[in-house]
Design a binder for this molecule. Sequence first.
Ligand code: HEM
Length: 183
Amino acid sequence: MTTDSRSRFTLIDILRVLGGVLLLNAFFSWWFTSTPTWGYRGKWMDTNYLKYRALGNDVNMTLSELSQYDGTDKKLPIYLAIDGEVFDVSASANIYGPGGAYHDLSGKDASRVFVTGCFRKKDEYTYDMRGLDEKEVNEDITSWKEFFHNHKKYWHVGVVQHEPITGDPPEPCEHIKFPGMHH
Ligand code: HEM
């Protein structure tokens, strides 16, 4: 092979081959999984997540700022907080947006109701954990934070500043325990 013929293998050729491989890959992926990504639909396909990863600018919000992110405003992402940690759960607008089964959890830090499961009692939607069993709180909150951290479609976006707790703690309620369901 002469130097001459080698130099004819240009960047365009490389791009052409690469493009062909990618196209073939997408074609087969579509053929077998009806998606161009071999069935993957997680957060790495979400432009908002990619933007967040690229910029890395965590939020540090007040509770009143957080309350705007409950899915009512379609232009904003949906956030929920647990133990002061804020997660983007926009991928499940059907669950956390208006009309969703767990809409009441979004736009706030409702750590308490994650432990008690007393969803019908309005004053449970708080981070006031007074009166609850400390061990149970630690276990449940840790496991829910892990759930949101490790979820394939949700991600941690930053923190919310808690305001000091005032007044009486919520009255005790009948805990719901569903071992193994979400933990
Ligand atoms: C301490 C009690 C409970 C807590 C804190 C809790 C919380 C949650 C949360 C946060 C989700 C959404 C998970 C996600 O983002 O994918 C969820 C999903 C779900 N929960 Fe619960 N839950 C509790 C008890 C129950 C009980 C007793 C039932 C059944 C009667 C139930 C039924 C469901 C169902 C069906 C889903 C799936 C919703 C969907 O994918 O559309 N949960 N739960």
